[in-house]
Design a protein around this ligand. Sequence first.
Ligand code: GH3
Ligand code: MG
Ligand code: MG
Length: 422
Amino acid sequence: MRILHLETSSFFRKVVQKGTDLQQEEYFGCESIQEAKKILDTKAIDLILTAQEITDGRIEDLLKETADSACKDIPIIMVSSSDDMELRKRYFELGVIDFISKDNFSVEKLREEIDAMKKHDDLTRELRKASIAIIDDSQFILKVVHNILSLQEIHDVDLYRDPRDLLDSGKSYDIYMVDMFMPGMSGKQLTMTLRNDNPMAVIIIISSMGKDSTILQALEAGADDYILKPFNVDLLTARIRSSFRNLMVMKELEERRREMEYQAVTDVLTGASNRRSILQKLEDEIRLSEETGRPLSALLLDVDKFKAVNDTYGHPDGDIVLQRLSRFFLDNCREKDFFGRYGGEEFLYIMTDTPLEEAEGICEKLRSGFHSLSFGEIDPKLVMSFSGGLAQWEKEDLDTLLSEIDNLLYDAKQGGRNRIQS
Ligand code: GH3
Ligand code: MG
Ligand code: MG
């Protein structure tokens, strides 16, 4: 973010510069309107921070001059020692968005302002990427709303004069702007259908009917907002932004929920399923095989001489081996298989719909494939292997199957390692 700071006190400029540097913002300080204009001409400034009086005049003069220029949309925060309400009102009208009192100015306060601005910018950026459908039987309204959106640089916009065309299109949008009264289908009906198919989308009703009962019906049908025609452009834009902000928050929450769900079933180090999740999978698959009669095979594997890797190269390189093993299985197993970390350097590999003989072939390939991997990043001479106990499920319960493959794994180790015992 580029910040222009107009201030006569060089000490105060330094304080603000330090604060903005900490946040890695670009700072341009100056003490006159002349200098400020030069900076505004050459740099794309995102925020103006200004004192009320500067060396060659009042900031009002600059604000009046920029009111019609390309700079008119740059937010301005005034750092002022006066809290005269009349004065503030005048500055608000000139486009100042906030005041910070000079007496209790702090870097933290400035940071809060900058963070809020960044959020505003993020929302603007996201809104520009949003897809919007406008549904109105009036060609005029379609055009007006479309123009308003274009001015906001929102270009992914489709216009529908007939709600059925929208429904037939099968397309879904982030935002719907729906006319309340249309021939054929009412805005209320359309809203109910849209809400049903798009629980998270923003639906805004635009209508010339301001009766409370009509507004209530629209909101109950699932609309997020209701805007009266004829509408004020700034208000319409602000209402769209506000609804869209809610959508963004919901999407973020949904994203976080998914992330938490992923973390709950995933082993942090290797990215494979974690112990609880892979055991659950095996239990589920046993139940499915019971129902369907389909064969099921499971391999318990353990990295050979793994302690020696830790002892020779260190624990972090040991971790790399576990990650490579996991990547190797996840890349090479079939879509229908499951792979998870059972604990330490032991892993469980579940082959669904697979009889023992087929599983033996699959595991043998994996065994020799892993044995031929090179670990150049640790030591080009390092060769790794694993041993495995493999069995087909024979209607026994989970624990019995586990202890069976555990015993087979023990046999494989006793038999010389780098082998699969079934
Ligand atoms: P064997 O061939 O008989 O399996 O010998 P081994 O050395 O592989 O087996 P052992 O059970 O003696 O040692 C396993 C080692 O794995 C001990 C433990 O410190 C290490 N280990 C367990 N979890 C991790 C881990 O997450 N990262 C690393 N680097 N080491 C781990
Ligand atoms: Mg081992
Ligand atoms: Mg072990």
